[in-house]
Ligand binder design. Sequence first.
Ligand code: MRU
Length: 361
Amino acid sequence: MKIAGKHYRSVWPIGEDAFGIIDQTKLPHELATLTLKTADDAAHAIKSMQTRGAPLIGAVAAYGLALAVRADPSDESLARTHDMLADTRPTAINLRWALQRVVDRLRNRERSERASLAWKEAAAIADEDAAMCESIGRHGLGIIRELAARKKSKLNILTHCNAGWLATVDWGTALAPVYMAHDEGIALHVWVDETRPRNQGASLTAFELGAHGVAHTIIADNAGGHYMQAGEVDLCIVGTDRVTANGDVANKIGTYLKALAAKDTGVPFYVALPSSTIDWTLASGRDIPIEQRSADEVLKMTGRTSAGTLATVEIAAPGSPAANPGFDVTPARLVTGFITERGVCAATEEGLRSLFPGHQK
Ligand code: MRU
């Protein structure tokens, strides 16, 4: 995607012994990039959320594993680094999916060829993610076109967290259809949930939409239900970190409440995902591990002061504890449909299998 006319991906190779990412902890105040040279660098970037979003952490982990293979192509190192990277974040399945792809690619291959194979596999994972997201955009565009034609005036779309190009390799999942609709001249406006506690909506989604010229308004997380009741939301689209075989959806904490409000008010609630986000091994969302994050994310906020420097301030009564689950699970019955790279389907096991046949439980 473009920022000030320059095309960016959110991860890119630098030769065959390093790769680059955008440091998302600096956005929206600064567009800084980082060069990662080891698997430990990649693990740190994922853990500290310099890089984030389910599909993107998959691609970053794959590049990290490929760097470790270059340093030591042995089976022992491969297994150790795989486990180290897989442990960085628990909820998004793409991380494990991407690491497994690299491991599978190297099975029974000579040590001498492993580094090059691993690097190529990481690059393929990144390229395929960009292609899948572009395809998600085209399928979601159909939904937006239809709603816009029916409404005949500006369409209001609500999204939660960041499921734009910063959360993937390019395009995004939930935002890909929005960008395509905007580019073909459909009048639309996006309600951006700020997405406490880390504010991915306010700091990342709003940044992306603004850079692309899409009209948007940041709202407090609690405001979405109000706008839905007022008839000011025509469509919700969110991303996801893991969809189980029955269609349950793990996504950033607060997604469930938006889906409930959408159901109550009759607003269509779509989830956009590449097939790498489907966990066919889990029967339902009850079994998805939910990341528990630091209480500090709830008790403190970081932002730019009027002097232009970044500062972190405490916002709670001193001594009060805080709980911070990073994700929640939206039951499939609250989801209108899935927008995938192969088309739109019902949020059911049958729906998923109609587009992706042949997966074992
Ligand atoms: O904790 P984060 O910022 O990695 O969470 C990201 C989300 O929840 C996104 O909505 C999800 O990964 C979908 S990304 C296309």
